[in-house]
Structures are given as C-alpha cells and as structure tokens.
Design a protein around this ligand. Structure first.
Ligand code: NAP
Length: 499
C-alpha cells in the first residue's frame, strides 16, 4: 500500500533583519511556516540601524515608505526621519510577533547547498551549523561603506568617520566640519549641519542635480485623523499624483530623449537658476551630465544651506588629508576638526562576503565574476531554493524599496508553491533563462539615463547600469506571475511507501 507522503514543514532561513528580511518574516509567520531570521547585529533595522547621521531622512514620502499591510499614522512630516523609520520597523516587527524568530548577533558566514541532503547548511561565526530548505537573502544593497582612497587619510588629527558609522560623540557644534561626498547622504548632512557647525565645508568631486520637493509637517490633528481613518493614509500612499510621478520618473529613466526626462531636467535647472543667487556658486553647483544620471537628489533646503555665510562648497580636488585638515590640489588647506566621509557604499556586494556555494560546489563569487545578477533579480541557476529580495538588477532610483520588496515577495511565494505542495524539492532559474534575461537587460540598461555618461554606484564594474532598465509597470507585471517554464524544478522525493 502506498501512503501519501506529507513533506515535513519547510525550514526557512532569512538572512538579514532589515526592511526586506522583516517583510519575509512577517509573511512566513502569517503562512504558519518554520523560519528563523539571522541578523549579524544586535538590533534590527538594516540601513536604518546603520545610518544615524544628522539629517537622515527618507526622500520617499513617509506614507509610501511603509509596508502596505502596516500603515502608520504617526509620521511627523511628509518625509520621515531615519529614527522614526527605525522605530517603525521595531514596532511593526514587535506587533507581528517576529522578534522571537530573530537570532541577533548571528552573522551567516557561509551558506552551502548539500547536493545529497537537498538543503542548505548555514554557518555561523561560532561554528554552529543550521539547516534550511529555503534561503531568503535579504541582506541589503548599500551596507558596505566605501572608504575613499585619499593619501594621508589616517593622519587626520581630528575625528574622521564614514557617514554610515556616525560617531555620536564627535564634535559638530561650533567647530569646523568637512563633508566629503555629494550623494543623497552628503547633501542631507550638509543641510542638517549648516546651523550647527561654525564652518562647514562641502567637498564635491561632482556637483549634483537637485530636484525641489515639497516638505511639510503633519499636525497632531492630521495624525489623529490618520489614526481614526486609515483610508486617509491610503489616499496618500496610492495618491494618483505620487504614482503618476513614479511612472513619469521611470519613463524619464528609460526614454532619454522623451518629454519626461526633459521635464525633470528643466525642474532641476530652474531650481538651480532660481535658488542660487551668487553666479560663481551657481557655476560650481552646475553638473555637466544629465539629470537623473546619478541618483537624483530630492531636497527642499540644500541650496539654502550652502548659501549660508559659514558654508563653503569646495570643488577643487583633494590632494591629501593632513593632520590639520584637507589639502586641496591648488595648495590651499581647509582646516577641520571633524571630517565626515559620505563616500557611498560598495554596491556590488549584496550577500557577500558570506561564502555561498550552490549545486556541485558552484560559487557565487564565480557566478558573479563579471557582475552580480539574478533572473528577474530573484533567483540564480545552480543555487536552488535561494531567493533574493532587493537583489541585483532590482529597480533602483527614487522608488520605495519596500514596494519593490513586497512585489518580489509575492513573486517568490509563487515559486515556493511547488515546494509547499511537495511537488518539487527545489526550484531555481534555468541558466538559459538568466542568460536571455541578462542579454535583454544589459542592452536596455545601456540606453537608460543611468548610462548617459556619469559615474555612479548604479554602474557595474563594466560600466553598465546594474539596475532594472524598464518601466515600473513592467516590473510590477513581471513580479505578478513568474514564467514557470523559466525555472527548473527538482522533483520531490519519492513518496514514502509502506507495506
Ligand atoms: P553616493 O551616492 O555613492 O555618493 C558618494 C559621493 O562620494 C559622491 O559624491 C562621490 O563623488 C563621492 N566620493 C566618493 N569617493 C570619493 C573620493 N575619493 N573623493 C571625493 N569624493 C568621493 O553615496 P550616498 O550619498 O551615501 O548615497 C548612496 C545611496 O544611498 C543613494 O544613492 C540612495 O540610493 C541611498 N540614500 C537614500 C537616501 C534617501 O533619502 N532615500 C538618503 C541617503 C542615501 P562622485 O560622484 O564624483 O563619484
């Protein structure tokens, strides 16, 4: 007699307790699954835990930068501060009962697929090994600070640190502060410190286009209204204008000769022309590449900040760092007490340096030797039951990464179905599917605005934009339903038989 073989519950390992890992945890908990979230730090929050610099704000509207299932009435303003977002994730994780499932101080150092066992073995720094049938890599994108290679950097006599490793006891009030780096981070720090530092120097290797955006605070009455009526929150989250701006932005990225990018460029240009009074400063701040080629900076107050008398925009190149400050290529010294390195992140690392090995010992480093990639940003051939959230080739730009991760999760859940129903033991993208996807993606990526001739973390080591190159609608459509023919399913184990 044959008895039906119910697969034992799948064991899930989620790597990372940031926004995406918590999302996976919440969804797995709702589905009644057996899961653990491994977190290298002693606190959750990912990028919102690591980044604590003054002025840290998310430039996606707060009500859109929340999980769709966990609206939040308490945001203080249209754009949320980093600390508020960190608290939101802690609150949401607590409310959904995820905290007991998180193993803190548990960095996953290796992740090895066992061909015989048909499951993953995760190694922790203690030597402990744990088994998982499914791995969800939610280890973030921008989490390895990039330290600049500047001569004399170790000789600085004051305080020097990366923006993502903010030192709370470093002096910034009433002293001379320098900020190297002009991405979203550097701009936010300058904006926050201009009325605290005595002298503030913004070292810009490349100027940035600045998109003016509205900023306003919510009153207590408005928050009370949000608490009483979540439909008011939805009205903001799903606001037609917000979404038409998203779609306009993706058209701007993908149609480099179209009217939408022209509008973005005009808005940025008008902002520069109308906001900056001094003509010399205006020229210093004028980029020589197209708007949105680098990640567009959204700011309502940067130009005001750099026009304060105690703020200097320094476009002269840096020769070296000396004990007293920054020596410029023209020989001048900018003397400083504190120097912040807002120099960005190693954006091509993803789950690495964790050692990941798939079928037959296939190494992730080898698979990614040219560039990190994954089929639809989710799955890699030879790495069965290994799924990424916000993985390589995901959309980047001025979008909510939460919305992106939620859509990716819905897609992953559909891939999990054959495993959950015991119709397959493993699922992974087919090599030919990834190759075809890569070819199409790279061809399209080259023609996006990101590839129009500037340096940025959007470019991979070969100079190709590393992101989703099509519209947001196309991303949403792709995530709605996987093409299952593009996935290889390993048959489930033979049903157990009994005499
Ligand atoms: P980033 O955009 O990569 O900017 C790094 C900056 O450092 C650039 O201006 C770069 O100049 C400069 N730089 C790097 N090495 C240098 C060197 N050796 N000498 C002089 N300058 C150097 O990094 P980020 O500002 O930290 O932002 C990274 C990403 O984080 C953003 O694009 C965004 O996705 C995210 N972020 C988001 C928010 C938000 O509000 N949602 C806020 C902050 C960050 P070049 O341009 O000349 O290379």
């Amino acid at each position: 007699m044959t008895i039906s073989h119910e697969r034992e519950r799948l064991r899930y390992a989620v790597i990372g307790a940031g926004m995406a890992g918590l999302l996976a945890g919440i969804k797995l908990k709702e589905a009644g699954e057996d899961f653990t979230v491994y977190e290298k730090a002693d606190r959750l929050g990912g990028t919102w835990r690591d980044n604590r610099y003054p002025g840290l704000t998310c430039d996606v509207p707060a009500h859109a930068y929340t999980y769709s299932f966990a609206p939040h009435a308490e945001w203080e303003a249209y754009y949320a501060k980093g600390e508020e977002i960190r608290n939101y994730f802690e609150l949401t994780a607590t409310k959904h009962g995820i905290i007991p499932h998180i193993r803190f101080d548990s960095e996953v150092v290796s992740c090895i697929w066992g061909d015989d066992e048909g499951c993953w073995t995760l190694g922790l720094p203690t030597g402990e090994q744990v088994k998982a049938d499914v791995v969800i890599a939610a280890s973030g994108v921008l989490h390895h600070p990039r330290m600049p290679d500047i001569e004399g950097i170790d000789s600085f006599a004051g305080r020097i640190f990366h923006s993502a490793r903010w030192e709370d006891d470093a002096p910034v009030d009433g002293v001379r502060v320098g900020v190297i780096g002009n991405g979203s981070t550097g701009v936010q720090i300058i904006t926050a410190l201009h009325d605290r530092a005595d002298n503030l120097v913004h070292f810009q290797r490349s100027p940035q286009w600045i998109m003016p955006v509205p900023y306003f605070r919510y009153s207590e009455e408005e928050r009370e209204a949000f608490r009483r009526d979540p439909a008011l929150i939805d009205a903001i989250r799903y606001d037609e204008e917000y979404w038409s701006n998203i779609h306009r932005f993706t058209r701007a990225i993908t149609e480099v000769d179209g009217p939408d990018i022209a509008m973005v460029e005009q808005l940025c240009l008008d902002n520069l022309e109308n906001s900056v009074r001094d003509s010399e400063l205006k020229e210093k701040l004028r980029p020589d590449y197209r708007a949105a080629c680098k990640r567009l900076i959204y700011s309502w107050s940067y130009y005001d900040a750099v026009q304060q008398p105690n703020v200097v925009v320094e476009r002269e190149g840096i020769a070296r760092i000396e004990p007293e400050g920054v020596r410029l290529k023209d020989g001048r010294l900018q003397p400083l007490d504190t120097l912040v390195l807002a120099t960005g992140f190693e954006a091509d690392r993803f789950i690495r340096p964790t050692t990941v090995r798939g079928r037959n010992g296939a190494s992730l480093d080898d698979a990614w030797s040219v560039r990190p990639t994954a089929y639809y940003a989710i799955s890699i051939p030879e790495f069965p039951n290994f799924f990424m959230l916000n993985g390589p080739t995901s959309p980047v730009g001025n979008f909510s990464l939460i919305d992106i991760a939620e859509r990716q999760w819905d897609y992953i859940e559909q891939l999990l179905e054959p495993l959950r129903q015991n119709k397959a033991q493993a699922v992974e993208a087919k090599a030919e599917a990834l190759a075809a996807y890569d070819e199409r993606r790279i061809e399209a990526a080259r023609t996006t605005i990101f590839g129009s001739g500037c340096s940025s973390w959007y470019l991979d080591a070969t100079g190709v934009p590393a992101s989703w190159p099509w519209s947001y609608e196309a991303f949403a459509d792709a995530m709605a339903a996987p093409v299952m023919d593009d996935y290889a399913l390993t048959p489930a184990l033979e049903p157990a038989t009994a005499a």
